[in-house]
Design a protein around this ligand. Structure first.
Ligand code: SAH
Length: 257
């Protein structure tokens, strides 16, 4: 039997936010491989399945296990949070396999709801115009390159989504980010802070560039930040980036509402 490897995203909060195609891969799998914390979170969805979990920063090990199992002819599901192709396991799996000669397994990447989308939905509609996604993790990317991309995103007036904004050991890049954006945008630019989206103890806050430093304590590795562009505004609990529609045009029914 030819083995199958499906790399899937579990979405932000698992269960209701896993797309049906990914759910089907979980149901069909002989074995599910992932970060043990995620396997624990989906344990009710996969009650009788064989699983193999590894710890944080053991991504390569997880991919190797998944490939080995698929090589044995099994149906393997390798899981990431959010979308597996956004700072997830999909790229690593394909990179590893691309360097090998005799691969005899079917590989499929199944999309998931990435944090940018899920956190944006909780905030309202901040991503209605061009946006950039930048990870502040400097584990695999040089800090200078991260800062260069932040400067360019700020200059380009992109709405900017920040993944991995801060860890317990690393806050400097978040501080740099605020300085960089304050150099290019108004202090009252809205910043959405979403922690644990669609999970227990989730929180959604809209702050501003100027006030963000007061909230550093609340920001951690389960948080995604969305910095608005020059047009983004707050309406009650919502953060909105206008697309540019003219609400007062003669074709608009707005006035009648
Ligand atoms: N593949 C994932 C991203 C992994 S990088 C995806 O597509 O979403 C890990 C970062 O994702 C975290 O540091 C955080 O910024 C973000 N993240 C993941 N899950 C989240 C959640 N439930 N709520 C808010 N941010 C989340």
């Amino acid at each position: 039997m030819k083995g199958k490897l499906a790399v899937i995203g579990l979405g932000p909060g698992f269960e209701n936010y896993i797309i049906p195609a990914a759910r089907q891969k979980l149901d069909e799998a002989d074995i599910i491989v992932g970060y043990h914390k995620y396997l624990k979170l989906i344990k009710d969805l996969i009650p009788d399945k064989e699983t193999m979990g590894t710890g944080m920063r053991k991504e390569l090990e997880r991919v190797q296990i998944a490939v080995e199992q698929a090589d044995l002819g099994k149906k393997v599901c390798l899981v990431s949070s959010g979308d597996a192709g956004v700072y997830g396991m999909a790229g690593l799996a394909l990179e590893l396999l691309s360097g090998q000669k005799n691969i005899n397994i079917d590989i499929e990447i199944v999309p998931g709801i990435t944090s940018a989308s899920s956190c944006a939905a909780l905030l309202g509609a901040p991503l209605m115009h061009d946006f950039a996604v930048i990870s502040l993790s400097n584990l695999l990317t040089d800090s200078d390159l991260i800062k260069k991309r932040l400067i360019l995103a700020a200059e380009g007036d992109f709405v900017t989504v920040l993944y991995n904004p801060k860890s317990s050991k690393r806050t400097a890049l978040l501080e740099d980010t605020v300085k960089i954006f304050l150099g290019k945008r108004k202090g009252n630019t809205p910043v959405g802070i979403v922690k644990n989206a669609y999970r227990e103890s989730s929180s959604v806050v809209i702050s501003t560039l100027t006030e963000l430093p007061e909230l550093y304590d609340q920001i951690d590795m389960t948080t995604t930040l969305i910095i608005g562009n020059s047009m983004t505004f707050q309406w009650g609990k919502f953060m909105i980036t206008p697309r540019g529609y003219d609400l007062n045009s003669s074709a608009s029914r707005y006035k009648q509402l």
